[in-house]
Design a protein around this ligand. Structure first.
Ligand code: NMX
Ligand code: MLT
Length: 437
């Protein structure tokens, strides 16, 4: 049986001529024009990135290597006795585009075990940080601190850079990082919120199982972790965390520098941090009502109060999607089929927000998409399983997001994508183009 790296090498060799041909023979073909609105408005809709790892259709939502979320969950090998697939199988699929067999999956599981030892200085660093430091800061700092482990950087510095083979060092760094991230995240959680009681890993378990074990949360949290990591992994390349990771990597910065940058972007309230904000907003609202599920009228008023105070409704809207996020739907379906969760007051409230908020946002008339995104539903599941420290939720998102962005930067190196350097213009140039000067 070929290893993941051997299969990937084959895929890369097959893919390279496609990229070379497009650049050499069709480099002048136009993909669109750029408007002033796009230039000032966050480059929305401008086609300027390439990835084959995922694609986001505004109405359908994400496909990973051509598979919708339900298709992904169905196709990948499952952990025995569990409903969710191995995260390691998903990593294989993101990198190669192939659904691995159980044997190929277990090869990755074993490989990750050999890479998972977190350097002691990472724990030392975390321990020196004030305990009220945001967990995303701790997570990003840990990733950055491990940069000294980079094989890519070491070989580059030793003068061994080779454009054709450097993806292999990137691959090694990305696998090493991916194997360690769940351990770092769980350590931060137990250190910060659980009275400094880290739980040693159990390497008989797969990534999701081991993460649940190190968090100290019983089954079915292992399946929740697997689902969570998979659905948060990738959302094509233009979102802040993916783009930041890709941008930094384009300077030939290694995976540690690049991922840390992406995680910093994920920590923004308009991006990943929205999932902590949803729970904060919802809990505060329930608290005001003495812990009761509100009436629809009270909820509608609270939503308007939020909007009228100039805040956004967290978990609603999207830069690209124009329909309910399938990541929201898959988590909602998980809640609906899970005994206890489906009648859980917080889930009922989240469901009521789903009924009321789109109408309010439509009437408000600003958001282009009034439907919920992934963050509107994630927190309730975490809360139900005892993970009530909601400022940790974005770290969970970050472990998942690493799968997608690290697979992407491995391919970036393999295909020799250029250093990113879009052109900027001045306001006066825009006024001139608009004919108002
Ligand atoms: N509540 C209130 N106003 C909103 C919302 C919302 N949920 N979503 C968009 N708007 C406003 C937005 O602030 C903007 O106002 P203005 O013209 O005054 O600047 C206007 O509607 C147009 O924005 P859009 O073009 O619809 O959205 P954009 O692409 O700029 O931003 C988000 C997308 C996701 C940043 C935005 O919808 C938002 O702030 N949502 C709430 C935060 C959130 O849920 N973020 C999570 C994103 C998903 N993730 O996983 O990272
Ligand atoms: C994401 O998962 O990155 C978010 O939904 C934001 C986006 O895609 O723009």
């Amino acid at each position: 049986m070929s290893t993941l790296k051997e299969v990937l090498a084959q895929k890369i060799a097959e893919h390279r001529p496609r990229t070379t041909r497009l650049v050499k023979e069709h480099g002048d073909v136009k993909l669109g024009d750029v408007t002033i609105g796009q230039c000032i408005g966050g480059a929305r809709g401008i086609k300027a990135l390439v990835t084959d790892i995922s694609y986001l259709d505004p109405m359908e939502g994400i496909r990973f290597r051509g598979h919708t979320i339900p298709e992904t969950m169905e196709a990948l090998p499952k952990v025995p006795g569990c409903d969710m697939p191995y995260v390691e199988a998903f990593w294989y699929m993101l990198l190669t585009g192939d659904v691995p067999t159980m044997e190929q999956t277990l090869e990755v599981v074993e490989d990750f075990k050999t890479r998972s030892q977190v350097p002691e200085y990472v724990y030392d660093l975390l321990r020196t940080m004030p305990r009220d430091t945001h967990p995303m800061t701790m997570f990003s700092a840990s990733i950055l601190a491990m940069q000294r482990e980079s094989i890519f950087a070491a070989n580059y510095n030793a003068g061994k850079f080779n454009k054709m083979t450097c993806w292999e060092d990137m691959y090694e760094d990305c696998c090493n990082l991916m194997a360690k991230l769940p351990l770092v995240a769980a350590y931060i959680y137990r250190m910060k919120y659980k009275g400094d009681t880290p739980i040693a890993p159990n390497f008989d378990l797969d990534m999701g199982g081991n993460f649940a074990h190190m968090m100290g949360i019983d089954a079915p949290y292992d399946d929740v972790a697997r689902m969570y990591f998979i659905i948060h992994s990738d959302h094509e390349s233009g979102n802040v965390s993916a783009h930041a990771t890709h941008l930094v990597a384009s300077a030939l910065s290694d995976a540690y520098y690049s991922l840390s940058a992406g995680i910093n972007g994920l920590a923004g309230p308009l991006h990943g941090l929205a999932n902590q904000e949803v729970l904060g907003w919802t809990q505060e609202f329930m608290h005001k009502l003495g812990g009761e599920v509100p009436t629809k009228e009270a909820l509608e008023k609270a939503l308007w109060d939020t909007l009228n105070s100039g805040q956004v409704i967290p978990g609603y809207g999207h830069a690209v999607l124009r329909k309910t996020d399938p990541r929201y739907t898959s988590q909602r379906e998980f809640c609906l089929k899970t005994e206890g969760l489906k009648d859980y007051p917080l889930f009922k409230l989240i469901s009521m927000i789903y009924e009321v908020a789109p109408g309010v946002l439509l009437e408000h008339g600003k958001a282009k998409n009034p439907w919920p995104n992934v963050d509107a539903q994630s927190g309730v599941i975490q809360w139900y399983y005892g993970l009530t420290e909601y400022d940790f939720y974005t770290v969970l998102f970050g472990v998942g997001r690493a799968l997608g962005v690290l697979a992407n930067i491995t391919w970036d190196r393999a295909l020799g994508y250029a250093i990113e350097r879009p052109k900027s213009v001045t306001t006066a140039m825009l006024e001139e183009a608009a004919g108002i000067k």
